[in-house]
Ligand binder design. Sequence first.
Ligand code: GLA
Length: 385
Amino acid sequence: MQTKHQKLKAYFVELFQQEPLLVKSPGRVNIIGEHTDYNGGFVLPGAIDKAATVALSLRNDDEIHLVALDLNEKFTCNVASLKPVADINWPNYMLGSAAQFVKRGVKLPGFNAVLSSDVPMGAGLSSSAAVESAVVFGLNELLQTKLDRITMVEMAQKAEHEYAGVFCGIMDQFASIMGKKDHLMKLDCRNLSYEHVPFKLEGIKILLLNTNVKHSLASSEYNTRRKECMQAVVWIQAHHPEVTSLRDVTLEMLNKHVLPKNKTIHQRSRFVVEEINRLITGCEDLQKGDINALGKKMFETHDGLSNMYGVSCKELDFLVDFVKNRNEVIGSRMMGGGFGGCTINLVYENTIEQLIADIKPAYENAMGLQLDYYIASIENGSEII
Ligand code: GLA
């Protein structure tokens, strides 16, 4: 039987009569540190065993031919007229990535690209960053631009800003390109320094529960949250000019300079300041092997994301509430931008089957939506296949 990579390659060869380069870039999980990346804080992501795979080849003309194999959709344009397209998302992730080479002064010829991905879309697992990362990584190889991985991370992030209109932080593209098997990355988003944190817990698995709520609000509300955080920084800067992001801010500063001005913005920024601290102490828990303390913090993160940061939804809250008092679940919270997608759960492996048997019908009855689940393993980042 053909593997999915063989299938992708065979499809490509038949369509374009060329041998493609195959690149794989994964989705990600994030254990703790949510909505902290664009605030100069820390995150703790890892790349997972679900990935976007892109088959690519250069052309002798100026044409760009894109195919989304799983959607059975095609898109064609020219290098000379590269710009974001309205109404469909997936070409933008690919075009935005290609555009970054042009911006760097690289001579970009036309190219062919066929995409296939098993990162579920809109599930908070960074399906778009996986595509952007794969295209940047693949074009770097084909064009022999010899860019280092961090530069590629930044280019993939720019693709999302400029072509998808979401002013995301650096976490997703970083995890996709820099991932290391069985390791998380403690990334300092202020200067992109990072350390690999071993993450292989005996008898414990990462269980993702997918609400199947597509986060339609996510991009507009995401950009709003980002502005709210910036507003808090501007108010504080009037008194503390040395402050450049919420990373430099204390709860005292927030109480003094933000609370009197706007309660909502105070709540938002307080969550971020607390979350940055939670991550730092959560990493210490991990180092000490105190997984229960880390799990407790994940529940606190969820609480803050739901009640202070305002990016949860009733379906995510339902899933976290359901597991809260079950001893077999060490920690649980919504993950990613919010408004839908998955919860991430640290669960004792031998109890997963029973948990699913209980939570799936309960969720489906209460919410009228299907509950999907995946057990995620932590894998390497972008690679040529
Ligand atoms: C999305 C963004 C990331 C990050 C998370 C929230 O996944 O792409 O940059 O901000 O939301 O932590």
